[in-house]
Write a protein of this length. Structure first.
Length: 359
C-alpha cells in the first residue's frame, strides 16, 4: 500500500499545484513570445512563489501532525520516481497525439512537441510555467525529505554540508520563482515546443534527477570535510548564480528597454538596421555565459555536500554539460540562419561560446 501511495504521490502533488496555480492570486504580465500567426504578445499569470510556499506549508503541516513522516518521500523514492515517469509519459502523449504533426517523424514530434506555448483560460495556466513550477516544488519536497532522513539516521553526527547544499538548492528554487517574469525571455519560451523533452523532463527528470546529490548521500555518514570545502562550495555556487542571474537580467532589461542600464552597464550593440544584438557586459564575456553559471551552481552544491570522490552526485553538473553544450551549438545555428551577416560580425565581437578565454 505504501508503494502504491508513493507511486501516486507525484500525481497528487502535481494536481494540488495545478489547483493552486489556477486559484491563488497572481499578477498578469505580457511576455516576450507572440501568439502563433499574430503579433500579439502572450499574457501570463504569475504566482509561482506563493504556490511554492503554500505547497511546502501543506507538506510541512502533514508531517508536523504525524500524517506523513518527514522523510516519507525518501522512503517511497523509487515508487515516486516510477510514478513520475508514468505521469510524465501520459502528459507527453496527451500534449502531442491530438495535435497536427510538425515533423515528418512521430518520434521527433513526440520528443520535441507539437504545440509551442499551450495555455488554458487565456494564460491563467501556461503549460511551460506550470511544468517548471511542479518540477521545482517536487524537487524541494524531495531534498527536504532526503535531508530529514539523513538527520534521523545520524543525528548530531549528520553531514553539515548536506544541509548547506539543501539551502543552496532552496535558494536556486526561490530565486527562479522570484524572477519568473525574467524567464519568459529565455530560450525555452521562444524556441522550444512542449513535448516529451519538456513535459517528461519537468515531471520526472527535473525533480528526481536534480536531487541525485542528496539521493546518493542521504544514507551515508558525514565525510567530515573541512569548513573550507563547504565554503568553497558556497563560493562556486554563488559565482555561478552571479553569472546566470546577471546574464538573464541583463537580457531581460535589454529586451524590455534597449537603452536601459543594468548594474551601471550601458548596453553596447551591433545592428543591421533591423535587428540588434547585445555585445557587452555579461553577454560580452561569452555567447552563453549563463550556461557556465548553471554548471557552476550545480558543481557548488556537489562540493558543499562532500563525498567528492563519489561519482553519483557529479551526474547533476555533468547533466548540465551534456544538455547545454549541444544546446549552444543548436542555438548558434539558429541565430546564424536568423541574423545572417550580423551574426558573423557578432562572432568577431564575442568569440567564446560558453567559457571565456577557453571555449
Amino acid at each position: 500500500m505504501e508503494n502504491i501511495l508513493g507511486f501516486l504521490a507525484p500525481g497528487i502533488v502535481y494536481t494540488y499545484i495545478f489547483v493552486l496555480n489556477a486559484i491563488v492570486p497572481g499578477r498578469w504580465v505580457i511576455g516576450y513570445v507572440t501568439k502563433t500567426g499574430t503579433d500579439e504578445k502572450l499574457k501570463y499569470r504569475l504566482n509561482g512563489l506563493l504556490v511554492l510556499f503554500i505547497t511546502l506549508a501543506t507538506w510541512a503541516g502533514l508531517c508536523y501532525t504525524g500524517i506523513l513522516p518527514w522523510d516519507w518521500f525518501y522512503t517511497v523514492r523509487w515508487a515516486a520516481l516510477f510514478g513520475a515517469i508514468f505521469f510524465g509519459l501520459v502528459f507527453s502523449f496527451a500534449l502531442v497525439i491530438p495535435f497536427p504533426k510538425v515533423k515528418s517523424s512521430f518520434f521527433a514530434d513526440f520528443y520535441l512537441g507539437r504545440l509551442e506555448n499551450p495555455q488554458l483560460w487565456g494564460g491563467r495556466i501556461d503549460a511551460k510555467m506550470y511544468l517548471y513550477l511542479i518540477g521545482a516544488i517536487m524537487l524541494a519536497i524531495n531534498i527536504y525529505s532526503f535531508a530529514a532522513h539523513h538527520y534521523f539516521q545520524f543525528g548530531e553526527a549528520s553531514n553539515i554540508g548536506l544541509f548547506v547544499a539543501a539551502g543552496l538548492l532552496t535558494y536556486f528554487i526561490v530565486d527562479y520563482l522570484t524572477f519568473e517574469e525574467v524567464h519568459l525571455y529565455t530560450y525555452d519560451f521562444f524556441a522550444e515546443r512542449v513535448g516529451f523533452k519538456l513535459g517528461w523532463g519537468c515531471i520526472a527528470f527535473y525533480p528526481f534527477f536534480y536531487s541525485i546529490p542528496f539521493w546518493s548521500t542521504a544514507a551515508l555518514d558525514s565525510p567530515n570535510q573541512s569548513p573550507i570545502v563547504i565554503a568553497l562550495g558556497i563560493l562556486v555556487f554563488f559565482s555561478g548564480w552571479s553569472l546566470a542571474r546577471g546574464a538573464n537580467m541583463q537580457k531581460y532589461y535589454f529586451k524590455r528597454d534597449p537603452n536601459k542600464r543594468f548594474l551601471g552597464i550601458k548596453p553596447e550593440t551591433i545592428t543591421d538596421g533591423q535587428r540588434t544584438l547585445l555585445v557587452n557586459g555579461f553577454w560580452g564575456l561569452s555567447r552563453h555565459i549563463n550556461y557556465l553559471g548553471e554548471i557552476l551552481m550545480a558543481s557548488g552544491i556537489v562540493i558543499a555536500i562532500g563525498h567528492i570522490l563519489l561519482p553519483w552526485p557529479w551526474l547533476y553538473p555533468l547533466y548540465y554539460v551534456a544538455l547545454l553544450f549541444p544546446r549552444q551549438i543548436d542555438d548558434d545555428k539558429r541565430c546564424a540562419e536568423k541574423y545572417g551577416a550580423l551574426w558573423d560580425e557578432y562572432l568577431k565581437k564575442v568569440p567564446f561560446r560558453i567559457i571565456p578565454k577557453i571555449y
